[in-house]
Write a protein that binds this ligand. Structure first.
Ligand SMILES: Nc1nc2c(c(=O)[nH]1)N[C@H]1C(S)=C(S)[C@@H](COP(=O)(O)OP(=O)(O)OC[C@H]3O[C@@H](n4cnc5c(=O)[nH]c(N)nc54)[C@H](O)[C@@H]3O)O[C@H]1N2
Ligand SMILES: Nc1nc2c(c(=O)[nH]1)N[C@H]1C(S)=C(S)[C@@H](COP(=O)(O)OP(=O)(O)OC[C@H]3O[C@@H](n4cnc5c(=O)[nH]c(N)nc54)[C@H](O)[C@@H]3O)O[C@H]1N2
Ligand code: SF4
Ligand SMILES: [Mo]
Length: 683
C-alpha cells in the first residue's frame, strides 16, 4: 500500500532477494545481527546471522516471532483521531496531513495559551537505534522550546555511579568471560535479559571457573551457580561494603593499584568499616558463612569479573549499591588482565555524539523527570502539561505509579499524541494516534550495550499500511511549525542522507557501518580495562569517593527497608523472556502469575494457582499466584512489561510502584514497592 504522504525509505540493494541482513535494535544488551527471509515482500523467517561475533547465528525467541507483532491485528497502520471517550481505543482514520495539521495547531495553541513548556515530549527509546531517538525529534522539541525530559526510567543510578567513578569506561567483552576464573553475576539475569553472555559463562565454567549469582530470586542461573546469595532487594550496598571491609582487613586490598590509580580510598574504607559480615548478612537476609565464602573467593581469585546488571539499581539504595559493586574490582586489584574487571553498560564505548547533527543547543526549558509522569500530568500548573507527545515509549505500562499516570491521561484538557507501532495501553488514551514503522521497515543504527556491536539496521519489507519512520514524521511536523533548516531539509529527507550521522563517528566505525559490517569494540581487539581502556575522568583515575556526586542519602549510605506491617512484602518486577520491556506484551497469553514463597503463601492460606489480590496504598493488581521457593520469603515477583490484558483488573506491577526516586540519578524504584497479598474469590 502506498503511503499518502512522501516516503523516503529506499529498498536496500538486497530488496526482493530471499535473505536480508540487518540488526536488532531492541532494548537488549546484545544487538544481534539478523538474517531475515522475505518472499513477495513478506517476512517469512527471522533468525540470527553470523556477522556479529557474539550472535553467532542464534537469537532469542522474542525476535524470532517479531513478525507476529509486525503483522498483528493490533498493529497501528493509519493516522487516526479519537472518537470515543479517552482510553476506549475508538478512532477514526484520517490522512497523515490532517493528523499532523491538528497536532501542529494544538502545539501552537498550547504555546500561545501556556507557553512552549506546556508541551511535553515523552520518549525513552531503549528499543531505538541511533537514528530514531533524540535526533530529528530532539531538533524539533528543542527548537520549539518544549519541556525537557529527564530520561531516567532505566540505568539512571548505574550511569551516575559509573560516570562519577570511571567516566563510563568500556567494560569487559562477553568473549573475555571465557578467561575468568571467577564470574560474579550481580543484579543481572542474562539467561533472560542478554542471552549471548551465557555461552561465554558456560565456556569459563567448563574450564573450571566458579560462578556466583547475587539475586533475590533463585533463578535457573542461580541454580547452576557455585554460590547464590539471595539478598533482600535493596541491600546490595551492605553486601559489597562487607566484602570491601574484608579486603582491607585481610590485606587482600591491592594497595599498589589503589595508590597508583584511585582516589577516595580512605573515604571508601571508612564507609565500609561498619559493615561486618554479621551485620551485612543480617541486613541482606543471607547466610553469613556464604557471604564470607564469597569474600574469600573474590579476594583470592584472578581473573575475576563482575557482570553488574540493573536489578540492584531500582530501589532507594540503587546508586550506593552500584557504586559499592563497581568499587570492588579496584580495591581487589582485578583490572589489567583479560577476563578481569567489570561489565556494566557499554553504551558509551563508541563515543557516539548526535549533538553535531542535531545542530540545536539544548533549551533552558524546565526538566520533567519521566518517572514522575503521573505527578507532572496531574499536579504541574506553571504551566500545566497541555500536550503530551508520546513515542518510543509505552508509559502507561512502564512508568511508576500507573494509576496516577492513568488519571493524567484521562484529563479532558490534555491533548495526547501517541506515535506507535502497536495499539498499546497508552495509545488507547491518545487524541491522535500516528503509525510508526518497526525496525524491519526503516533504517537505524543498532548499538549493543553489552556485546560490542554497532551495525546498520535496514528495512527488509516496505512499511505496512501508512506507517512512517520517526525522522520523517518529526521533520514534517517541524516543517509545519516553521522549525526546519532550509539547507538541510532535503538531504535529510533521504534515509541515506540521515546516515550522515556517521560523519560524527570515528573513521573505522563509520567505514564498517557504510560497508554493512559490524563494528566491534572501542579499541583494537577486545579491551582489557586499565590496559586498553582507562577511566574517562579528569585525572584518568577511578574515583572511589567522587566529589560533587549528587546523592540524596550520602555516599555508600544504606537506607533501611520501607516495609510496614500493612505492606510487609517487597515486590520486584524483573525482565521476562517473553517481552522486551512492554514490547511484545500483546502476544503474551493468559493471566500473569505472582511468584510467592511457600512460607508467605502458607501464612496467608494461599495455595498455588489461586486468584490473588496484590495491593498497597497506590493500587491493586488481580492475578494468579505461583507458590515457589524461587523467591525468598518476604519477596514477591511479577513480570516486567505486562499489558493490562495480562491481569484480571487491567493493572500491572507499576500500579503498586511508588514514584519515589533512587538515591542517585533520580531513577525509578521499580523493585522497591511494598505490598500485601490476599486471596481473591474467583468469579
Ligand atoms: N527478555 C528481556 N530482555 C531484556 C529486557 C526485557 O524486558 N526482557 N529488558 C532490557 C532492559 S530495558 C534492561 S534495562 C535490561 C535489564 O537487565 P537485567 O538487569 O538483567 O534485568 P532485571 O530483570 O531488571 O534485573 C536482573 C535481576 O536482578 C534481580 N534483582 C531485583 N532486585 C534486586 C536487588 O535489589 N539486588 C540484586 N542483586 N538483584 C536484584 C532480579 O530478580 C533479576 O533477576 O534487560 C534488557 N533485556
Ligand atoms: N515494573 C517495572 N517497570 C519497568 C521496569 C521494571 O523493571 N519493572 N523496567 C523499566 C525499564 S528498564 C525500561 S528501559 C522501561 C522501558 O519502557 P518503554 O520505554 O516504555 O519501552 P517499551 O515498553 O518497550 O515501549 C517502547 C514502545 O516504543 C514503540 N517504538 C519502538 N520503536 C519505535 C519507533 O521507531 N518509533 C515510534 N514512534 N515508536 C517506536 C514500541 O512499539 C513500544 O510500544 O520500562 C521500565 N519499566
Ligand atoms: S532481543 Fe536481544 S537476543 Fe533477541 S535478537 Fe534482539 S539483540 Fe538478540
Ligand atoms: Mo531498561
Amino acid at each position: 500500500m502506498a503511503p499518502t504522504d512522501q516516503t523516503d525509505v529506499r529498498p536496500p540493494a538486497t530488496w526482493g532477494s530471499s535473505t536480508v541482513h540487518t540488526a536488532c535494535p531492541l532494548d537488549c544488551p546484545d544487538a544481534c545481527s539478523l538474517a531475515v527471509k522475505v518472499e513477495g515482500g513478506r517476512i517469512l523467517e527471522i533468525d540470527g546471522s553470523h556477522s556479529a561475533p557474539t550472535t553467532n547465528g542464534f537469537i532469542c525467541g522474542k525476535v524470532r516471532k517479531f513478525d507476529q507483532r509486525v503483522y498483528s491485528s493490533e498493529r497501528v497502520l493509519y493516522p487516526s483521531i479519537r472518537r470515543g471517550p479517552k482510553g476506549r481505543g475508538e478512532f477514526t482514520v484520517v490522512p497523515w496531513s490532517e493528523a499532523l495539521d491538528v497536532i501542529a495547531e494544538r502545539m501552537q495553541l498550547a504555546r500561545e495559551t501556556f507557553g512552549a513548556e506546556s508541551v511535553l515530549p515523552f520518549y525513552y527509546g531503549g528499543s531505538n537505534g541511533l537514528l530514531t531517538n533524540e535526533m530529528e525529534d530532539a531538533r524539533l522539541f528543542r527548537r520549539f522550546g518544549a519541556s525537557r525530559l529527564a530520561r531516567t526510567v532505566c540505568a539512571a543510578p548505574t550511569t551516575a555511579a559509573a560516570t562519577a567513578m570511571y567516566g563510563k569506561m568500556a567494560g569487559v567483552a562477553y568473549q573475555d568471560y571465557a578467561h575468568a576464573k571467577l564470574i560474579v553475576v550481580w543484579g543481572a539475569n542474562p539467561p533472560a535479559s542478554g542471552i549471548h553472555l551465557m555461552a561465554h559463562i558456560k565456556q569459563a565454567q567448563k574450564s573450571g571457573a566458579r560462578l556466583v549469582v547475587i539475586d533475590p530470586r533463585r533463578t535457573p542461573l542461580a541454580r547452576t551457580a557455585d554460590l547464590h546469595l539471595p539478598v533482600a532487594p535493596g541491600t546490595d550496598v551492605a553486601v559489597a561494603l562487607a566484602v570491601i571491609r574484608d579486603l582491607f582487613d585481610t590485606g587482600r586490598a591491592d594497595d599498589a593499584f589503589l595508590n597508583a590509580h584511585a582516589t577516595g580510598v580512605d573515604a571508601l574504607r571508612a564507609a565500609a568499616a561498619p559493615w561486618s559480615f554479621a551485620e551485612a548478612a543480617e541486613t541482606a537476609r543471607i547466610d553469613e558463612a556464604h557471604l564470607r565464602l564469597f569474600a574469600e573467593w573474590y579476594g583470592t581469585t584472578s581473573p575475576a569479573v563482575i557482570r553488574c546488571g540493573w536489578g540492584q539499581e531500582r530501589n532507594r539504595n540503587g546508586g550506593a549499591a552500584s557504586m559499592a559493586i563497581l568499587a570492588l574490582p579496584a580495591v581487589a586489584g582485578k583490572f589489567g588482565v583479560r577476563g578481569g574487571g567489570y561489565t556494566m553498560s557499554n553504551s558509551s564505548a563508541y563515543g557516539l555524539q548526535a549533538e553535531r547533527w542535531i545542530n540545536t543547543p539544548e533549551s533552558d526549558a524546565r526538566i520533567v523527570n519521566m518517572n514522575q509522569l503521573g505527578r507532572a500530568l496531574t499536579e504541574f500548573d506553571s504551566p500545566p502539561i497541555s500536550v503530551l507527545f508520546a513515542y518510543n515509549c509505552n508509559p502507561l505500562s512502564t512508568m511508576p505509579d500507573q494509576n496516577r499516570v492513568k488519571l493524567g491521561l484521562e484529563r479532558e484538557d490534555l491533548f495526547t499524541v501517541v506515535f506507535e507501532q502497536s495499539m498499546t495501553d497508552t495509545a488507547k488514551y491518545a487524541d491522535v494516534v500516528l503509525p510508526a514503522t518497526t525496525f524491519l521497515e526503516h533504517y537505524d543504527v543498532a548499538r549493543g550495550y553489552g556485546a560490542y556491536h554497532l551495525h546498520l539496521v535496514q528495512p527488509v519489507i516496505e512499511p505496512l499500511g501508512e506507517a512512517r519512520p520517526n525522522h520523517e514524521v518529526f521533520r514534517d511536523l517541524a516543517r509545519r511549525l516553521g522549525l526546519v533548516d532550509a539547507d538541510r531539509d532535503d538531504a535529510l529527507g533521504q534515509a541515506e542522507g540521515l546516515l550522515d550521522v556517521t560523519a560524527n563517528l570515528p573513521d573505522a566505525v563509520a567505514q564498517a557501518l557504510s560497508a554493512g559490517a559490524v563494528a566491534t569494540g572501542p579499541a583494537e581487539g577486545l579491551p582489557i580495562q586499565f590496559v586498553d581502556v582507562h577511566p574517562v575522568t579528569d585525572d584518568g583515575k577511578v574515583h572511589l569517593a567522587p566529589d560533587g556526586v549528587a546523592t540524596t542519602s550520602g555516599l555508600y549510605a544504606f537506607q533501611p527497608d520501607p516495609a510496614t506491617t500493612d505492606y510487609p512484602l517487597a515486590l520486584i518486577s524483573p525482565a521476562s523472556a517473553h517481552t522486551i520491556s512492554s514490547t511484545l506484551g500483546e502476544l503474551r497469553p493468559g493471566i500473569a502469575k505472582l511468584k510467592m514463597h511457600p512460607d508467605d503463601a502458607r501464612a496467608r492460606a494461599i495455595e498455588d494457582a489461586e486468584a490473588v489480590r496484590i495491593f498497597n496504598a497506590l493500587g491493586e493488581v488481580w492475578c494468579e499466584v505461583a507458590v515457589t521457593p524461587e523467591v525468598p520469603p518476604g519477596v514477591v515477583s511479577l513480570p516486567k512489561g505486562l499489558w493490562a490484558r495480562s491481569t484480571e483488573n487491567g493493572a500491572t506491577s507499576n500500579a503498586l510502584v511508588p514514584d519515589t526516586l533512587t538515591d542517585m540519578g533520580a531513577g525509578a524504584c521499580f523493585n522497591d514497592a511494598r505490598v500485601q497479598v490476599a486471596l481473591r474469590a474467583k468469579h
